[in-house]
Design a protein around this ligand. Structure first.
Ligand code: AMP
Ligand code: GLY
Length: 422
């Protein structure tokens, strides 16, 4: 069979790499892909207009694509799954309505309250003046969030009222996040340790994936600006067996059933970003997709077929699928361009040494292939991912792989996995 993956990041390289390993898969297309997917065996990149859904339909029909997996949130929120499914093309990803869990913070916060899912206290505003008045009622720090999609940058933690006014002014008046800031959520600041809980959901069935933890801040020790994620590892010891049960019972099942009740049953990867403190969990956000970089270390641990998993979910046969993981731990370290998550330069030539490290994989993210060279083309450029007998061993292997890569302005966090090792 042939598979089409939508997206161009490290997550999509990992999805394509994993699908291509399957004997039943003849070829994997990635739209638009990156240099990593370009160089991968059995994988090629295709350039289709993602704003013109019919061009994707046409390609799927011409190439007899039997499975489409949508990586990033934007096409999901735009309704690509609904469109392709209406053309009888098997597509793994939530509908436009279900993707509102990520597409609108107000939608997701109201949903949490309606279905009794634990989350931070909040209020939602559609104008600057009323949001300012609310600042008199709350304590600090507080969190200001643009309602819509803002590529992971729409969350501002404000230590005092001046910072909150500045954040609200930039969102409402300067349109810092465009129309994504037409509404704003102001919510209580939560303390604790974060974890990512990702599951495959199909209507009323759920298969939790291996647990993981991301590193959102740009600097070692979790300091500096928030990024899309500077590295991740799996499993995450903070998610004990007891917490795992709690997450399923208090967050995942109520969400799955709530969506059925709303007439928008879920299909796809469902990602809960959680804050955990003293055995209590609260949902920070939902993503309607696999995490990036969590996908890379999680898929390196997956022993069973990803294609079969997605197909079983689409066909409402999730109960027949048995998911298999390696006992080994995995760690993924993001190599980024100097300046990220703010301005950075692109088009730097990359040199990559041959990889002799067992059970490891250098996933590309912001790269392109031009004139037989790999060039940088994004803020997060690679995710060096490796397995190990324990987290420390996985970390050592991942950092050895990082040393294989060189480009002008490359930087990475030196402490990915530190909380898990502690
Ligand atoms: P979100 O996109 O809502 O997950 O927010 C991005 C990041 O901001 C999270 O991963 C947290 O590190 C931080 N964050 C979001 N909401 C809160 C909150 N209520 N309290 C503390 N930190 C938060
Ligand atoms: N790693 C965080 C995310 O995918 O949103």
């Amino acid at each position: 069979m042939k598979v089409l993956i939508i997206g161009s990041g490290g997550r999509e390289h990992a999805l394509a790499w994993k699908c291509a390993q399957d004997d039943i898969v003849k070829h994997v297309f990635v739209c638009p892909g990156n240099a990593g997917t370009y160089l991968e065996d059995k994988v090629s990149n295709v350039d289709l207009n993602l704003n013109e859904f019919s061009s994707i339909e046409k390609f799927c029909l011409e190439e007899k694509v039997e499975l489409v997996i949508i990586g990033p949130e934007q096409p999901l929120v735009d309704g690509l799954t609904d469109f392709l499914q209406s053309k009888n093309i098997k597509t793994f990803g939530p509908s436009k309505n279900a993707a509102q869990l990520e597409g609108s913070k107000t939608f997701s916060k109201d949903f949490f309250v309606k279905y009794n899912i634990p989350t931070a206290k909040y209020k939602s505003f559609d104008n600057f003046e009323s949001s300012l008045e609310y600042l008199h009622e709350i304590s600090f720090p507080t969190v200001v969030k643009a309602d819509g999609l803002a590529a992971g940058k729409g969350v501002i933690i404000c230590q005092n009222s001046e910072e909150a006014i500045k954040a609200l002014d930039s969102i409402f008046n300067d349109k810092a996040f465009g129309t994504a800031g037409n509404r704003v959520v102001i919510e209580e600041f939560l303390e604790g340790e974060e974890a990512s809980f990702i599951a495959v959901v199909s209507k009323d069935k759920i298969i939790p994936l291996a647990t993981s933890q991301d590193h959102k801040a740009v600097g070692d020790g979790d300091v500096g600006l928030n990024t899309g994620g500077m590295g991740a590892y799996s499993p995450a010891p903070i998610v004990t067996e007891e917490i795992h049960k709690k997450i399923l019972n208090e967050v995942m099942y109520p969400t799955m059933n709530g969506l059925i009740n709303e007439g928008s049953p879920y299909l796809g990867f469902l990602y809960a970003g959680l804050m955990i403190k003293d055995n209590e969990i609260k949902v920070l956000e939902f993503n309607c997709r696999f995490g990036d970089p969590e996908t890379q270390p999680i898929l390196l641990r997956l022993n069973s077929s990803l294609v079969e998993l997605c197909k079983a979910a689409i066909d409402d046969e999730l109960d027949t699928y048995s998911i298999q993981w390696t006992e080994k731990h995995s760690c993924g370290v993001v190599i980024a361009s100097e300046g990220y998550p703010e301005d950075y330069e692109s088009n730097k030539k990359v040199s990559i040494k041959e990889n002799n490290i067992k059970d490891s994989k250098l996933f590309h993210a912001g790269t392109k292939y031009e004139n037989e060279m790999v060039l940088t083309s994004g803020g997060r450029v690679f995710c060096a991912t490796a397995l190990g007998s324990d987290l420390k061993d996985a970390q050592k292997n991942a950092y050895n792989l990082v040393n294989n890569v060189e480009f002008d302005g490359a930087f990475f966090r030196k402490d990915i996995g530190f909380k898990g090792i502690k």
